[in-house]
Design a protein around this ligand. Sequence first.
Ligand SMILES: *Cc1c(COP(=O)(O)O)cnc(C)c1O
Length: 394
Amino acid sequence: MTLEQQDKHYVLQTYTRDYTNFVKGVGSTLYDEKGKDYIDFASGIGVNSVGHGNEVLTSAICEQAKNIIHISNLQVIAPQAKLAQKIVELSGYDMGIFFANSGAEANEGAIKIARKYGETQFENKRYKVITLEHSFHGRTITTVKATGQESFHTPNFSPYPDGFSYEKSVADVYHAIDDETVAVLIELVQGEGGVQPFEKEEIQKLAAHLKSKDILLIVDEVQTGVYRTGEFLASNLYEIEPDIITLAKGLGGGVPIGAVMTKHKEVLSAGDHGSTFGGNYLSTAAGIAVLEVLKPMYDEGLIDETLLYFSEKLKVIATNYAQLFEKEVGLGLMRGLRAKSAEMQGNIIKACMDEGLIVLKAGRNTVRFLPSITITKDEIDEGFKRFEKVIASL
Ligand SMILES: *Cc1c(COP(=O)(O)O)cnc(C)c1O
């Protein structure tokens, strides 16, 4: 039985998979079983924030695994408390954190906090959450319903929880608010929906309006968080103070972890929420190590340097191949090129794989780039060399 046959026989086929079998990773280079190398411009969909085989991360994981991997949340967990402190201090917001295992779970926690806030803080019950079209918030029944893409709300999984509605633009949110609205949930750069950033001014204006109405602003930073946009949080870049922020993808460098943080620290009380695995020794030790790698890089201006370098290379490609791409989108190390058709998007991604370059797809025909934050200039050069070779041949 080949690996592909084994996968197809025993694993539920919920993904349209590529069958390249990677066996080794070093930094932002992956190797398949035949020894062919690939430049990784995807970092496991923004997860491998410090690349593959990072010494600080892998030794932290190994050391922690040799001692304690897991003890329940009924005991205090020292690395969990330490990671919480680090995240809060880096964010600059006075918040408390609950740890989960994924982005969807972090968003579930955010929605629970908002719902309880809406139940307990007002005379009438507030429970409605407004999200945006082209958003993506996860795959649980509730977060899929929070996701503003009709194709996700298939009747196959209905009925869905009530109280979610979607607006076309930030400007439309104002009119959608009613006296049962408790929160607005947004990504500052829509990742899955096409690497689409919102304007800083319109977000700041919305944040101020929501504050004046006592409506919670929930920022889904599952993809934008942990230096992806150049700042620790995209909320820092946009200079806003959300009520609730969720994190996941890049936080554990590949070890599953999610987090929801809020300034409304008193809303959830004992018994309101929980997780067996959330914030265990292993995942939080990994989170600490990731921040120990990235924080000094940020302080030394190295992250800025990387994203500028990546930007400039991408800009050259977008300009030279304007016949293939509508426009360049994104910010920081979260970038995309909008292909002129879905077919072209698919062809580019597949041809890149053959050429030894991993890129991602995203909504609105976007070819998406989510390199690790630690990617080197040489890897960026080599990746774009391969990318240009692919698109020049189309
Ligand atoms: C990936 C993603 C999620 C879902 O995270 P999972 O870990 O897959 O549950 C939620 N929101 C955003 C913005 C994401 O990019």
